[in-house]
Every structure is written in C-alpha cells, then in structure tokens.
Design a protein around this ligand. Structure first.
Ligand code: SF4
Length: 115
C-alpha cells in the first residue's frame, strides 16, 4: 500500500511521463559510479541509449533533462550531448563537458532563476 501511495506521488504533475519510463529499476545504467573510467562510461551509456531508444517517454524525458540541467543519461542523451545542444549542467566534469563544441569556448552558464 505504501508503495502505491509513493508511486502516485512520484508519477504526477510535470513528471507524469515517468510512469512510462523504460529505465525503472535500471539506475546503474543512467548515472556514473564514482571514479568511472571513460571506457566504462562508453559501454554504460551505450546500454542506456539502447533502453531509451525503446522508451515511450523519450521526448518529455529529454525536454525535462535539458530544462532542468540534469546530470546523467536522460532521454537518449549524455551530459556531453545535452551540453553540445546548449544545456550544460551547472558543474560539468571534464574537458568535453566544459567545451562540448571543441572550439575552445565554454558553453554559457544558464540564466539564474528565482524560485
Ligand atoms: S528516455 Fe531513457 S532515461 Fe528517459 S525515461 Fe525513457 S528510458 Fe528513462
């Protein structure tokens, strides 16, 4: 019963699309463990991308992650891919995340929002 109540709280409002998420229970594919090596990240994100490709919630998931500058793999996109699209996380790790377009120019940080 408690689980039913929790899921009805989580899967409502602007996050209602999460009810259709194909990644439920697969967190380990979508967020990097501490100290993850680049080679391991390529493999992990490839598996995550495969799950996203089959997911009915890919479009709203991608929009959410971009708008909220999420960390991790969302909507078929890695942090680097979101940064290259102009949606960099607030505290990027690594050169590729800071300079996703490779032209030496950091992506502009997002405009602060007042809650
Ligand atoms: S698109 Fe990917 S990250 Fe987003 S809900 Fe679906 S499986 Fe999860």
């Amino acid at each position: 019963m408690a689980a039913e109540i929790m899921s009805s709280i989580v899967f409502t409002g602007p996050l209602a699309w999460t009810a259709d998420a194909a990644c439920q229970g697969r967190t380990e594919l979508f967020f990097a463990p501490a100290g993850e090596r680049p080679e391991a990240r390529v493999v992990r994100e490839s598996k995550a991308r495969g799950v996203c490709t089959e997911c009915a919630a890919m479009a709203p998931c991608r929009d959410w992650a971009r708008e909220n500058r999420e960390y991790g793999f969302w909507g078929g996109e890695s942090e680097e891919e979101r940064a290259a699209a102009g949606y960099r996380v607030d505290m990027p790790v690594g050169r590729v995340a800071r300079y996703p377009k490779g032209d030496g120019s950091p992506v502009a940080p997002r405009t602060p929002r007042v809650a």
